[in-house]
Design a binder for this molecule. Structure first.
Ligand SMILES: Cc1ncc(COP(=O)(O)O)c(C=O)c1O
Length: 411
């Protein structure tokens, strides 16, 4: 007799091995959220360094006030899609606010960042089109490509040369071609060379989509994203972003200067056939965007903290996967060491993300830290100390302290 679940047996065995370490790293019970950087786990307060809460806005008083007011005035949920149940004034106002924040003509709000990628890609491309995507793109980008039915070509991660080569081979294909990259890559924290990608895009006359999920609020003079920091925003045809990271809520958006972009509202299923974002999510994001614009100090603080943690860990000899930034991924020799280190860190009062293959590039086993503007210097110092202690306790992993293993690009 066959069983649907047989195909997962190898994963169940792998998970059982990981659980031998104590806590389940993929379902950590957060009993109480104390602040943007602290939660209570198993009766103890733990410093959170794995949240994507880059600006620490989840506990911002303005954002909380806006969310609370909207629940009172508009209710807890919209209970349906905008096509069926209508657009609340907040949906439309937020779309205008995002468009004006990015200096783009149109923005469309989706219910999650995942759906924003799936919805924009499946809406833009069809079976006759070609999507060229960076091999390390997020699962939502891969899923959007699949739903679109387009021909998908992967190019080597962060390689404008490889993209150029593949576009050269497609010269005679008279069809729409869309290049998809991210700003910062979520696992290793490395940045796309957007200036070079924009040059290749211009030369080949194709379209460019940038997913700014991890770079919005973090890069650019006004926090618009890495495309703005790189000065190539005019080359970007489509921007996708999420509300679940710097903006501290849930939802996502697609934005574009294309005069026909709005047609996606009537053509893309992940927008049409799901409930629209709740009033509290919308109100939170509107307040968070205002904070990003009014408080450049949040970005400054984020970068100070990133610098502190990055150099703290590299001075201890840890192998870091990318240049200094708010995502700091520590590469471990293998899964067993990563799981042991992860448990030791939690015991030491620090929560980071355990990231294992196939969710990581090139089979890397990572302890992924994400820094927040809300971290104090004292917390960052404690995180470094916890890493040092965890490593010393774990004798199976010999690290030569005199030879820092810092290098750029893991995998
Ligand atoms: C690059 C990227 N795009 C999209 C998403 C999806 O966003 P959300 O979690 O808000 O649905 C993520 C989430 O981690 C991401 O890392």
């Amino acid at each position: 007799m066959t069983d649907f679940f047989d195909k997962y047996d190898h994963l169940a065995a792998r998970r059982a091995k990981i659980l031998e370490g104590g806590v389940d790293p993929f379902a950590v019970p957060m009993d109480r959220i104390v602040s943007a950087t602290v939660a209570e786990i198993d009766g103890r307060e733990v410093i959170l360094v794995g949240t994507n809460n880059y600006l620490g806005l989840t506990f911002d008083p303005e954002c909380i006030r806006a969310a609370a007011e909207s629940v009172v005035t508009e209710g807890t949920g919209t209970t349906g899609s905008r096509i069926a149940n209508g657009s609340y004034s907040g949906h439309r106002a937020l779309e205008q606010q995002i468009a004006s924040f990015l200096g783009m003509r149109t923005a469309i709000v989706f219910s999650t960042g995942y759906q924003a990628n799936v919805g924009v890609l499946a809406g833009l491309a069809g079976p006759k089109d070609i999507i060229l995507l960076d091999a390390d793109c997020h699962a939502s980008i891969y899923d959007g490509c699949q739903l679109s039915g387009a021909t998908v070509i992967r190019f080597r991660h962060n390689s404008p040369e490889d993209l150029d080569k593949r576009l050269n081979r497609l010269k005679d294909h008279d069809t729409n071609k869309l290049v998809v990259v991210e700003g910062i890559y979520s696992m290793l924290g490395d940045r796309a060379p957007l200036g070079e990608f924009a040059e290749v895009k211009r030369r080949h006359g194709v379209s460019l989509l940038v997913d700014e999920a991890h770079s919005l609020g973090v890069f650019g003079d006004g926090g618009e994203g890495l495309s703005w920091e790189a000065g190539i925003q005019d080359d970007v045809d489509f921007v996708v972003g999420t509300f679940s990271k710097s903006l501290g809520a849930i939802g996502g958006f697609g934005a574009s200067n294309h005069p026909k972009f709005d047609v996606l509202r009537y053509t893309t299923r992940p927008y049409m056939f799901t409930a629209s974002p709740s009033p509290s999510s919308i109100a939170t994001v509107m307040a968070a965007l205002r904070q990003i614009q009014a408080r450049p100090d949040l970005r400054e603080r984020l970068w100070e903290n990133a610098n502190h943690l990055y150099h703290g860990l590299s001075d201890l000899g840890f192998e870091l996967c990318a240049a200094m930034g708010p995502i700091i991924a520590v590469r471990l020799p293998d899964e067993e060491v990563a799981v042991s280190m992860w448990n030791a860190l939690l015991q030491g009062g620090v929560y980071v993300n355990l990231a294992l293959p196939p969710g990581t590039p090139n089979g890397a086993s990572l302890l992924r830290c994400s820094v927040s503007a809300a971290h104090t210097s004292d917390q960052i110092r404690k995180v470094c100390e916890a890493f040092d202690r965890a490593r010393r306790d774990f004798t199976a992993w010999p690290v030569a302290e005199s030879e820092p293993m810092l290098r750029s690009g893991c995998g």
